[in-house]
Ligand binder design. Structure first.
Ligand SMILES: [Zn+2]
Length: 242
């Protein structure tokens, strides 16, 4: 392309580069928000707590079913004992052998009832423990859920803020780019893509701000004298003498 580029287009190119760098910084920031990472971790924790709560609830329900079954068995046992004791004491059974058998039956029923009662007490202790675990998990889950909601709101407000800034920089970038000749803009774009986001660099004293290389005094002298479109000998970026 022609070397004949006026200095105002080159200054606009530096302005466009500044906006492009700001856009790249903001885009990176938007993708790597600390709060978004924390939100991800909190959501994973919440998922784990929800799964643990479901397991604890299932266990608690299972224990309740055991308790209900034991209570039912005890009720049936009590009724049987009452019936047999009534028979025993009503005087309806007088045969000693039959009476002895009935007595043994009542004793057996009472032993079974005592065993059921022991089982029931144990199940009730288990149920208390299971319920305490479930309550603790649910309470932690509720807290974690609140934390997640708060972080979601923070991430959303930070993202909105970044988006507003991005939009400002994009508008400004378009304004600068609109007065840069198309071939220069294309060269800049391809260099920017190839060189880590920086296609145009300013000559600061005797140093290229793109690769931070100090240029020989004669080269600096030549660049300042010639103006126009120049490239850094070292990094090949567009070098703008301001
Ligand atoms: Zn350079």
């Amino acid at each position: 392309m022609s070397q004949d580029v006026d200095s105002s287009a080159l200054r606009q190119l530096l302005n466009a580069q500044r906006e492009d760098s700001a856009i790249a910084r903001l885009t990176h920031r938007r993708r790597s928000l600390e709060e978004a990472k924390r939100l991800e971790a909190v959501l994973a924790q919440l998922e784990e707590l929800t799964a643990d709560s479901a397991i604890a609830r299932k266990k608690s329900d299972e224990i309740l079913r055991q308790q209900t079954r034991l209570e039912g068995e005890m009720e049936i046992g009590d009724a049987k004992i009452e019936r047999e004791e009534q028979r025993l004491f009503s005087g309806g059974v007088s045969n000693p052998k039959e009476l002895g058998a009935l007595q043994a039956e009542v004793e057996m029923l009472k032993r079974r009832r005592a065993a059921l009662e022991d089982d029931l007490l144990e199940v009730m202790v288990q149920r208390d423990q299971a319920n305490a675990t479930l309550e603790a998990l649910e309470s932690e889950g509720a807290q974690t859920s609140t934390q997640a909601e708060e972080l979601k709101a923070t991430v959303s407000s930070l993202t909105d803020e970044i988006d507003r800034e991005l939009s400002r920089h994009q508008t400004s970038r378009s304004e600068h780019a609109s007065v840069i000749p198309q071939p220069l803009l294309e060269l800049y774009e391809s260099l920017r893509e190839a060189k880590g986001g920086v296609g145009a660099a300013e000559l600061q004293r005797d140093t290229c701000s793109g690769c931070h290389t100090k240029l020989p005094a004669r080269e600096v002298e030549r660049l300042r004298a010639e103006g126009n479109l120049q490239r850094c000998d070292n990094c090949r970026r567009i070098l703008v003498v301001t």
